[in-house]
Design a protein around this ligand. Sequence first.
Ligand code: HAM
Length: 417
Amino acid sequence: MSITAIKGCNDILPADSGRWHHIEQSARRIFELFGFREIRVPVMEKTELFCRSIGDATDIVEKEMYTFTDKGENSVTLRPEGTAGVMRALIEHKLYAVDPISRLYYLGPMFRYERPQKGRYRQFHQIGAEITGTHDPLADAQVLTMLAAFFHEICLDEPSLQVNSLGCPDCRPAYRSALCSFLEGRLELLCDDCKRRYLTNPLRTLDCKVPGCGEATATAPTTLDHLCGACNNHFTDVQKYLELSGTPYSINPRMVRGLDYYTRTTFEMVTGLLGSQSAVAAGGRYDGLVEQLGGPSIPGIGFAVGLERVALLLGERDYSVVPDLFIATMGKGERAAAFQLMHGLIKKDFRVEMDYEGKSLKSQMRRADKLKARFSVVIGENEVTSGRAEFKRMADGTEMEAALTVEGICAVLSELS
Ligand code: HAM
């Protein structure tokens, strides 16, 4: 029996890779425009890093991590998200000493042992961005504006931005006890997971997908009603700056996030087109994380975009790369001339194809069609002797004659374009 890929781990085939390049190149362009620089960190980290950052009582750490003991008896984990590793690198290389404000982005595979379904996989890809070193609400708005600019760049205007504030260690305890008092009288209505969450992570009961839990917590107190003065001012300023940058958003006071490191601003880009996998991107502020990981007290905020979900939303749009020119040859004798021209043109940045196997002219032209070549030329004895040939625009059959030289072909292709 042949070997297949592991469940929930996908191949990205050539027919789809154009779409992925488009997404990745758009993200790089926008993020670099906003002053972010790429950081690459390992896909594997010490398990302790994720326990300490994401939180022991989260679904990710409790049941979704790919953790194993390596041959040196060390517990290692395939990263379930990118923020923890990037903050580990920030501390390890003292990046804050080079520049107190770090703006970093990253891109790559993440791993979570979740039940696979459309938009939810065990190996998935994120593009994330993190800004550290500032508490200023302007940074929150900048990050959110950049996220919106990325979606605009790839022409996805449907996902909408929802924001919330989860408060800080000063106001969270009072909120947590208000929520627990509310839940106490309704425990019987909650699912088994939420009964457990009530003890370990009560905020998570608010975004349980079980309908009974949604009804039971519909009138639960929200973090926004319990923000301290400083958090309230911070959230008001984030909104003011979002309005100034012209970034549309709505407030979702029930949004809680599945990672423990968040403080104050949290947000999600939400779509109605992917069923229950509605978050295409998500993030928030994590002002205590760097210190919690043994670094100095440095605040931060960032997000990660789920690339599979973005690719699904882009759907059938065609991003395939097509040849500029297909050179067909009448017989064996012209193949050397065609080969030489092809390489001369590739050096000039044209995508050029020719037949490898001495196929018939008809079959060569079928291949030119299949590859969706923009232009074609047929070279026979006459063309080689005269040094001229007819170039055809495949879309409408328009023809134009030109010299069979690299310069002549460059000129005719730009004329016909
Ligand atoms: P997250 O909400 O866990 O946040 O993931 C961010 C995004 O990754 C989700 O909104 C979703 O689009 C995508 N995603 C998550 N799990 C899967 C999966 N199993 N299959 C496909 N896509 C998935 C984080 O990871 C934080 N590190 C974000 C962040 C950065 N917060 C601050 N900075």
